[in-house]
Design a protein around this ligand. Structure first.
Ligand SMILES: C[S@@+](CC[C@H](N)C(=O)[O-])C[C@H]1O[C@@H](n2cnc3c(N)ncnc32)[C@H](O)[C@@H]1O
Length: 197
């Protein structure tokens, strides 16, 4: 299982945001939805070996961890609006989707939980070690910041556990682009890469 953690400092924690204004009213929910799409979708299929945890730290009730699981998602399409609509439903505790889970959990609590499962963390950082030189362990957990980046305090917390800082080069990419590049690099490394139709 490949896991992605996105620290979304502005993503709102109430369902009262507008689908027509994801960047403003949603606290960059557009960015969140793009990351979810890139983490889980390929052409005409889902990546059933992947999940993404969004740590929403915006008002009014932070922090909330919204997790999407590729092997359990039902009836969600990969467009930003539809993904955001499902986040709205989940935050309203309305319609349940087996592939979407909401928890009242902080970034540090989530890291602790995954560390207790023996996971290795890969912090995505422009100044990290080039991914081409890194042999990734099985079941990696990739940690990414949002448009502003991962807060230093949270980065230091992850560093208490087994981790490595990795870079996709020196260009600063959007978090959603980093997820696509990571999948591409991992797909190349395995013989049975998922193939779209
Ligand atoms: C838009 S960037 C944030 C830029 C922010 N100014 C910073 O310095 O962190 C969003 C996230 O993508 C990841 N990222 C962007 N470019 C990267 C690169 N070349 N290598 C590794 N991670 C990268 C980092 O996790 C970063 O926090």
């Amino acid at each position: 299982m490949k896991q992605f953690i996105l620290y979304a400092r502005k993503a709102v924690t109430s369902p009262d945001f507008h689908l027509d204004d994801l960047p403003g009213s949603g606290g960059r929910m557009d960015l969140v939805a793009r990351c979810i799409c890139n983490a889980l979708w390929i052409s005409h299929d889902l990546r059933r070996d992947s999940c993404i945890h969004v740590v929403a730290c915006g008002s009014p009730n932070p922090p909330v961890v919204i997790s999407f699981y590729g092997d359990k998602l039902r009836d969600v399409s990969p467009d930003e609006r539809n993904i955001a609509a499902w986040i709205k439903k989940a935050l309203a505790l309305k319609r349940k989707n087996p592939g979407i889970n909401i928890r009242k959990l902080s970034f540090q609590q989530l890291i602790e939980q995954l560390a207790a499962e023996g996971k290795m963390f890969y912090i995505l950082h422009e100044k990290g070690r080039d991914i081409a030189c890194v042999k990734l362990k099985a079941n990696p957990v990739f940690v990414l910041g949002d448009h502003i980046g991962l807060p230093k305090k949270e980065e230091k917390f992850v560093e208490r556990f087994e981790h490595e800082k990795i870079a996709l080069g020196t260009t600063s990419y959007l978090a959603s682009q980093c997820i696509t590049v990571l999948h591409y690099e991992l797909d190349k490394k395995i013989n049975h890469a998922p193939v779209g139709i």
